[in-house]
Write a protein that binds this ligand. Sequence first.
Ligand SMILES: *Cc1c(COP(=O)(O)O)cnc(C)c1O
Length: 375
Amino acid sequence: MKYGTLILHNGNELDPHTGALSIPIYQVSTYHQHDIDNFGKYDYSRSGNPTREALEKTLAALENGTRGFAFSSGMAATSSTLGILEQGDHVIATEDIYGGSYRILSRFFSKFGVETTFVDMTKLANIEEAIKPNTRALFLESPSNPLLKVTDIVGAVNIAKKHGLLSIIDNTFMSPYFQRPLDLGVDIVIHSATKFIGGHSDVIGGAVITKSEQLAAKIYFVQNGFGAVLGPQDSWLLLRGIKTLRARMELQQQAAQEIASWLKKQSWVDQVYYPGLPDHPGHEIIKEQASGYGAVLSFTTDTVERARTIMQNVKLWSVAVSLGGVESILSYPVKMSHASIPPREREKLGITDNLIRLSVGLEEAEDLINDLKGV
Ligand SMILES: *Cc1c(COP(=O)(O)O)cnc(C)c1O
């Protein structure tokens, strides 16, 4: 079966009890037990809920994993995954990681003795150099945010395997439609399902998927123990969003490519960061490890004033945090996604005051371009 069909037909799309073409929202916390000696499949919705279960199985199918877990946010998914680490463990993370992931690693997990070294993973040698005797995991994000830097995933996985490290990737930007890291040897995939998986800017959610039963047992322990589960209503919204994943990703990517090519030609644009452009430093690598380039790009303007004028003048683009919705969003990383990274660190990463990030939605590219032009 082709992937576009699997999105809709993976065995989890019908309600097993009624045949309904939409999984019902099992808005319930607890379940009657007919036999006190043999509990049924469900006993309490933190531990398991049929709507969430349909979503979790769908997520596993989409990433070609065996087990999926749905969380109350992308950060809950990331934090719960990192929760399988032990005190004294060392993590190597990509330096331009999502701001919230940077914050949780540097200011929360550090309190419990999990330390992190942030490196530029576009150079694999940097990973090798950062390995210490207590290094336990690699935390990748590719393409990264907001400069769309591409990490050679297979190269990083090979280093992880050689040193017995766990490999974890935040796959939010590509969605499982374009990139399936478990197939590249990664151990755990994380998503902010708030973004492309949900796709409609109407739900906050997170996902974790793995192929390993052993890791799945550890993640389930944290999911059930920590309790940052996704509710049934939000699980249903994600199931609904997933049905159009292919259509959205294809059209949004096409428009992103057009906008990136147009920006490249503008005299007031300094740099365009989109891995679909042939001169992007990660273009050849991403072509190998993904089937597309996604719908997020960023660019720098000649002056900070121009960046601010664009943000004031746009009418179709929402000026907002977040990405991955059917409506196009323009965001200002220094004030939004990366505000929690100290200014000096930010500058070093190239996240400057003239940088704008675009998440291209389903509007027509021509209208989106005209809006950026101020026509
Ligand atoms: C948004 C985002 C997150 C955090 O997800 P939430 O659903 O907002 O908690 C993590 N990683 C990436 C790449 C994101 O874009």
